[in-house]
Design a protein around this ligand. Sequence first.
Ligand SMILES: N[C@@H](CCC(=O)N[C@@H](CS)C(=O)NCC(=O)O)C(=O)O
Length: 181
Amino acid sequence: MLTDNYLSRNYRAILLSEMPQHVLPVLEVDGKQLSQSLTICRYLAREFHLCGKTAWEQAKVEEIVDTMEDLRLEVAKWIYEKNETKKNEISEHLKEQVYPKFAKILETSLRGNEENDNSSGYLVGENLTLADLSVFETLTFPLTIHPSILDDHIELQQHRHRIKTHKRLSDYISNRPLRPV
Ligand SMILES: N[C@@H](CCC(=O)N[C@@H](CS)C(=O)NCC(=O)O)C(=O)O
């Protein structure tokens, strides 16, 4: 049973001081605490069999997760920039260079999986993996600031829809609270 505790800013400072690395997120399992978001993702993926079936599939899943971390770092530049002029420049760079580059990488991965006789519509192998979740989640915030990112990428739109409507995910995705960045 997962409890998703999102904290208001007021409680955050108090709680952070009690966290092992004084940052969030932290996963608590049976009273034990685990820091680092990607470590948490990989642990949960192993627990719930979302890492790929073979060593090769596992590597391909990690390749996509690491690629999404590269995208997240690019978007973070926009989030943390305070100067309006520079922020607009980063926004243009994201729209003209960064999103198209990552969209191409993801389309190639989707097509590569199909060419390996996987008609699942997932990124790696025949089943949902952490790679699909990582792509879905990493694009969620950018789509709120740049809603047209996927306009020219029908396969990625279909992939997003597939994750959003997955029977084990749709309730959670449609009912979870919006998170300020
Ligand atoms: N590499 C860490 C970074 C964790 C991190 O920097 N978390 C931020 C929030 S995104 C935090 O808790 N900062 C302290 C604060 O908000 O005061 C991870 O991915 O979990």
